[in-house]
Design a protein around this ligand. Structure first.
Ligand code: DCP
Ligand code: MG
Length: 625
C-alpha cells in the first residue's frame, strides 16, 4: 500500500469529501460518513466511531482440525464422530459431499477412505478421557477437553499476536471477535503523519474533513467482497475507512499465519465495520481466507440476502417479519419505515431497522467475568429407574470435573470451588429438575474419588430410593470457583462453612490470581457450560448466549453468595432444558442429537408447567414458547 501523502504538505489538505447538504438521505447513508480531524483525534467514539474496524475469526472445521493435528494427518478426508453422528468434517471430506449431521454410514458410502475419529470419551473407572474402541453412549461420556484446550491456546495467540490495545472477545469454542479500531487508528496516524495536525488553512478547523485518502491496494490482504456482485470490475475510490480496514487486514493476516504455523489450525476471518457484518462475511469464502467488506460494498451484499440468515433474525422474529410482510430478503424489508416497525414489533425493533442498513453498535468486550462454575452433564440414553444406578454416572462426571479443575489449577494452583452441586432430571417427578448442593471441603488432593464421594452423598439426599423415578439426565458442577489467596485470614474467610485443612496454608503461596479467568473462563463450551460464561461476579441473572434471553433469580435466592451461585447454576440448567427440548423436537425420534447435552432423543423431557409473565414488545419474539 502506498504511504505517501496524496498532496504535498505545501498544498491545502482539507479538500476532503463532503456531502452537499441537499443530497437526499438513502437507506445506507450511515455507511459514508464525513471524517474530520475531530473524528480522528477523538479517542473515545466507541461503537459509533466511523473508523471502527471489527474482525471475526473462525477456525476451519475446528474439531476435525484438532484431531488432524493430534494424529498428524493432514492430507486425508477426516470426520469427527459423536456416537453415530458427524459433528465436524474437514474440508477434504466436504469435497465428497459429506456434511455435519450426516450419519457415518452415509458418509462412508460417499468416501470409503474416510478417516473417522470418535471424540474422546470418559469411561467409568478411568481418570482421563481416551479414544476407546467402540465407545457407547450407555457407558461413556463425551469429552471436549482437547478442543477446549486448543481453543484457549488460539485465543491466547490472538491476544498476543494482534497489536496492543486490540479488544478480543471469545465468541464460541472456535471463534473470536476483535475490535482493532484503536490500534488501527494509531498505525494510521504513524503512516500518514500529515493527518496528525490540522492544516493552518483548514476552513473549519478541527471540523474540516480529512483530505482524500490514498488508493488502497488490497492485494495480499484477502478477498474483497465486490461492490456489485454482477460486475466485479466495479470499484469505488478508497475512503479512510478502507485504509483502516486494510490495516486491520494486515494484522489479521499475520496472526492467522502465526496460528497456522504454531498450532496447525487454519482459520477464516471477516473484517468489516461492526460485529454482525464481520461475522456474516467471515464465511464468505471459507476455508483459509479472510474476507473484507468495505462500506461501499455493504448495500449490494445485504440487499439480496435472505434476512433470516442474519443472527437473531432466524427465529420467531424472522418468521413474524416474513409473515407480516410476505418478504424474504433484506431489500424487501427496507421499505418499512421505523415508525411502522416499532408500532408492530415494539420500540426495541430499531436494532432490526438498523441491522438491515448495515448498522450494529454491539460492543466487542473481553468477558471480564470469571467463569465461576464448571459443569459436567450427561443425558442418559437408558434412564435411571433405581437409585443404585446413579453411582456409575456420578463417577464418570466426577472424573471429568476432577480433570478439568486440576487442569485449570495447572495455571492457577490455588483455584478452588466453594460448592458442589448435583442435579438430576426426573421425568416422573413433578419438578423435572432437582438439585442438591454442599459446601466443597478443602482436601489435599482433588481426586475423582473425593469428588465422587461428595456427589454420592448428594445423590442420597436427592433421590428417594423408594419413589418411582425415570432420570434422564444428571449433572455435577462446581460453583464459586476462585483463586484462594495465601495466608490464614483469606483462606479462613473463603471457606467460611468448610473445614480448612492445615495443608491449605502450605499450597503455593505466590501464584497469579488473575490467571483464573484464562484457566476457567476460556475453556467452556458444552451446552450446560456455555450458559455459565455470561454470569458475572455479582450477577443475579444470566443471558443465554444462544437465544439472548435473560433469566433472573428471585431476590429470596440471593441472600448468600453460595445460594446465588447455586441458584444461578440451577437456572442455567433449567434454561438448558428448554434448549434441549427444542433441539429434540427438531430431531426425528431415532436420531442421536448434535451435542452431548442433546442426547436423550428417546426421552423427551416433559414440557415445563411453570409459566412466566408474558414478555412484552420485541421480547416475545425471543421468548421460549
Ligand atoms: N459443533 C458441534 N455441533 C454443532 C456445531 C458445531 O459439535 N451443531 C462443534 C464442531 C465444530 C466446532 O463446534 O468443529 C466449531 O463449529 P463451527 O460452526 O465453527 O464449524 P467448524 O469449525 O467445524 O466448520 P467451519 O469451517 O464451517 O467453521
Ligand atoms: Mg469453525
Amino acid at each position: 500500500m502506498s504511504t505517501t501523502a496524496p498532496h504535498s504538505r505545501s498544498k491545502s489538505l482539507w479538500k476532503g469529501k463532503d456531502r452537499p447538504a441537499d443530497t437526499p438521505a438513502s437507506d445506507f447513508d450511515d455507511l459514508d460518513p464525513v471524517i474530520t480531524y475531530r473524528t480522528l483525534f477523538t479517542q473515545n467514539l466507541g461503537v459509533r466511531d466511523p473508523l471502527r474496524v471489527i474482525a471475526l475469526c473462525d477456525s476451519d472445521a475446528f474439531y476435525a482440525a484438532c484431531e488432524m493435528v493430534r494424529l498428524g494427518i493432514f492430507d486425508k478426508p477426516l470426520v469427527v464422530l459423536q456416537w453415530s453422528m458427524l459433528i465436524a468434517v474437514n474440508y477434504i471430506a466436504r469435497k465428497f459431499g459429506i456434511t455435519r449431521m450426516m450419519k457415518i454410514q452415509d458418509a462412508k458410502e460417499r468416501c470409503p477412505d474416510l478417516v473417522v475419529v470418535h471424540v474422546a470419551t470418559y469411561k467409568e473407572g478411568e481418570k482421563e478421557p481416551g479414544y476407546w474402541e467402540n465407545p457407547d453412549t450407555r457407558t461413556h461420556k463425551v469429552s471436549l477437553d482437547l478442543y477446549r484446550r486448543e481453543s484457549v491456546k488460539m485465543l491466547q495467540m490472538y491476544k498476543e499476536g494482534l497489536p496492543e490495545d486490540t479488544e478480543v472477545e471469545k465468541a464460541s469454542i472456535d471463534e473470536a471477535f476483535m475490535d482493532l479500531t484503536r490500534p488501527v487508528r494509531q498505525i494510521l496516524l504513524e503512516r500518514y503523519p500529515y493527518l496528525a495536525q490540522v492544516p493552518d488553512d483548514a476552513p473549519l478547523g478541527l471540523d474540516t474533513p480529512l483530505p482524500p485518502p490514498p488508493q488502497v491496494s488490497w492485494q495480499q490482504l484477502g478477498t474483497i467482497i465486490p461492490m456489485d456482485p454482477s460486475n466485479e470490475e466495479v470499484d469505488a475510490p478508497s475512503t479512510w475507512h478502507d485504509v483502516a480496514l486494510s490495516i486491520a487486514a494486515e494484522s489479521m493476516e499475520k496472526v492467522r499465519q502465526q496460528i497456522s504455523a504454531k498450532l496447525g489450525y487454519t482459520t477464516s476471518a471477516g473484517i468489516a465495520r461492526n460485529k454482525f457484518l464481520a461475522k456474516l462475511c467471515a464465511s464468505y469464502r471459507k476455508p483459509m481466507n479472510q474476507s473484507i467488506l468495505r462500506n461501499a460494498a455493504i448495500p449490494n451484499y445485504l440487499k439480496p440476502m435472505a434476512f433470516q440468515k442474519i443472527r437473531f433474525l432466524g427465529g420467531k422474529m424472522g418468521d413474524a417479519l416474513a409473515n407480516e410482510y410476505d418478504v424474504s430478503t433484506v431489500a424487501d424489508l427496507l421499505s418499512i419505515n421505523l415508525d411502522e416497525m416499532q408500532n408492530k414489533f415494539g420500540e426495541e425493533s430499531i436494532w432490526i431497522y438498523e441491522v438491515l442498513r448495515g448498522i450494529d453498535h454491539t460492543e466487542v468486550k473481553e468477558k471480564q467475568t470469571l467463569n465461576k462454575s464448571m459443569l459436567a452433564s450427561k443425558n442418559l440414553p437408558k434412564p435411571i429407574t433405581q437409585a443404585s444406578e446413579g453411582y456409575q454416572w456420578i463417577r464418570v462426571l466426577a472424573a471429568e470435573l476432577a480433570l478439568r479443575l486440576n487442569e485449570a489449577r495447572g495455571t492457577t494452583p490455588n483455584l478452588w470451588p466453594k460448592t458442589i452441586v448435583l442435579s438430576a432430571r426426573n421425568v416422573i417427578a413433578h419438578e423435572s429438575r432437582r438439585s442438591k448442593q454442599a459446601p466443597w471441603p478443602f482436601v489435599r488432593e482433588l481426586t475423582v474419588e473425593v469428588v465422587a464421594a461428595a456427589a454420592d452423598k448428594l445423590w442420597k439426599e436427592l433421590v428417594d430410593p423408594h419413589a418411582p423415578m425415570k432420570i434422564i439426565g444428571v449433572s455435577l458442577g462446581f460453583t464459586g470457583i476462585e483463586g484462594v489467596e495465601s495466608g490464614l485470614k483469606s483462606i479462613d474467610t473463603f471457606f467460611k462453612t468448610a473445614p480448612v485443612s492445615k495443608r491449605a496454608l502450605d499450597d503455593d503461596p505466590d501464584e497469579d490470581q488473575s490467571a483464573a479467568t484464562a484457566a476457567v473462563g476460556g475453556a467452556q463450551d458444552t451446552s450446560g457450560e456455555r450458559l455459565s460464561k455470561n454470569i458475572s461476579k455479582d450477577a443475579t441473572s444470566f443471558v443465554c448466549s444462544r437465544c439472548g434471553q435473560r433469566s433472573a433469580l428471585p431476590r429470596s435466592a440471593t441472600r448468600t453468595e453460595v445460594e446465588r451461585q447455586a441458584g444461578l447454576l440451577a437456572l442455567q440448567l433449567e434454561h438448558e432444558d428448554f434448549h434441549l427440548a427444542l433441539e429434540l423436537s427438531k430431531l426425528p425420534d431415532d436420531a442421536p442429537p448434535v451435542r452431548e447435552a442433546g442426547r436423550a432423543a428417546i426421552n423427551k423431557p416433559k414440557k415445563k408447567k411453570r409459566r412466566k409473565e408474558s414478555p412484552q414488545g420485541i421480547a416475545k419474539f425471543f421468548s421460549k414458547s
